[in-house]
Design a protein. Structure first.
Length: 172
């Protein structure tokens, strides 16, 4: 007995590369240990899955790159602060962020910090935040997107990924 194929084909576009990057500093926590302050030249990869438009594409590469770059630019040359850290003591003033951990204290000018609502500044959490921001931007478009995956590469061969299902209510 044979069964009819009821699966829909998966269509996907992806963008990544030299123009989709940002340089930023961070200090992730590993258990109860704080990494030293350091930075990366992060590279972003985006995969967008969905139905074909009337013009037979999932979405325009140029538009997807532009939306991705706009988000990346908010992180470029900043310190990424894990605002929801479980082990860092964080104090915000009108002009600065004060961060303390055991015997270490850091004070950063507000203009040099992007405070993300994440518990750790790992590539995985940055990818999750990035995917959610990108999904917000895509929800304003008229495509029929079903899944979004964002990869944040800290260095070649070392990346964190996050995949977000995009409910039909978020897309047209």
């Amino acid at each position: 007995m044979t069964f009819p194929d009821v699966t829909q084909p998966i269509r996907e576009v992806s963008v990544s590369g030299i123009r989709l990057r940002f340089a930023a500093a961070h200090m992730a926590t590993l258990g109860s240990v704080l990494e030293p302050l350091h930075g990366h030249n992060y590279v972003i990869s985006v995969e967008l899955e969905g139905e074909l438009t009337e013009d037979s594409w999932v979405w325009d590469f140029g538009d997807l790159k532009q939306l991705t770059k706009e988000i990346a630019d908010t992180l470029d040359h900043k310190f990424i602060l894990q605002r929801e850290s479980r082990i860092l003591k964080i104090k915000e003033s009108t002009t600065s962020w004060e961060i303390s951990y055991v015997d270490k204290q850091y004070v950063f000018p507000k203009s040099d910090v992007v405070a993300l609502p994440i518990d750790n500044s790992t590539a995985e959490r940055i990818a999750e935040w990035f995917a959610e921001k990108l999904a917000e931007s895509l929800s304003l478009r008229e495509g029929k997107f079903t899944k979004l995956t964002v990869g944040i590469e800290e260095m070649p061969g070392q990346a964190g990924w996050y995949t977000l299902d995009m409910p039909a209510s978020l897309t047209a």
